[in-house]
Write a protein that binds this ligand. Structure first.
Ligand code: C5P
Length: 225
């Protein structure tokens, strides 16, 4: 077999939502389906990479030929990501919960007759993307994030790219009616230090292939590789 564009490379991908427990039966979550992240992992594998996919709870099969780490919480996701380093490319497609319950109740929280509902105190979760992008040791050569925005999509993504020390951001409009969450299609703007490219609407599979093809060309052109 001929050498594929990502032969010899390790690609690390996060996907899906995270579940943040409140008590043994309840959790905080979000609407991420994992379709885009899983498609990215599969595309990297097709291009010849060794792939590690760290995924939150999703209804999708593990992509073939990919090492899959299943996690529930943001903190578990961060630990699995760090354990998977080094990587040449890291793509952060997971919709990590921004907050988790400050404490996880050991027993199911009971509804009290006439009592007021319990207060839910939240604390911030680690930002996995920026933690990895700011590493001095074992920072992947190419760190890619997503920015799901409902307003000022590109502007907010440019700010995010810089504040999180990310190389590329894929900005997408997830406002109501865009159909991105759970859908099969996506439309993104690729935001890099060189500027912004508006990509046409395409399937999440085609987007994954385009992105990984682009990443392969970037690695091939980068000095010392
Ligand atoms: O700040 P925001 O959540 O919009 O950033 C989105 C990007 O950051 C995505 O690439 C997402 O996977 C990543 N992220 C992360 N850890 C978090 C929050 C976001 O890796 N706690």
């Amino acid at each position: 077999a001929g050498r594929l564009p990502l032969s010899g490379r390790h690609v690390l991908v996060t996907s899906g939502p995270t579940h943040e427990p409140i008590d043994p039966v309840r959790y905080i979550a979000n609407r991420s389906s994992g379709k885009q992240g899983h498609a990215i992992a599969a595309a990297a594998q097709t291009l010849g990479a060794r792939v590690t996919l760290v995924t939150g709870p999703v209804d999708l099969p593990d992509p073939e030929g990919v090492t899959v780490q299943h996690v529930e919480t943001a903190r578990e996701m961060l630990a699995a990501v760090e354990a998977a380093l080094p990587a040449d490319v890291a793509v952060f497609a997971a919709a990590v919960a921004d907050w988790r319950a400050a404490t996880e109740a050991e027993h199911k929280i009971k509804k009290g007759k006439g009592a007021s509902p319990p207060a839910l105190a939240l604390v911030e979760n680690p930002d996995i993307l920026s933690t990895v992008a700011r590493r001095s040791r074992q920072r992947p050569q190419l760190v890619i994030g997503f920015a799901a925005e409902t307003d000022k999509v590109v502007e907010n993504a440019e700010t995010k790219r810089k504040s999180k020390a990310v190389d590329w951001i894929l900005a997408n409009d997830v406002s109501e009616g865009s159909g991105v969450f759970g859908g099969d299609r996506n439309r993104v703007h690729l935001v890099t230090a060189q500027g912004v490219e508006d990509w046409p609407e395409m399937s999440k599979t085609d987007l994954a292939a385009a992105l990984l093809g682009r990443a392969a060309r970037y690695l091939a052109q980068a000095k010392g590789s």
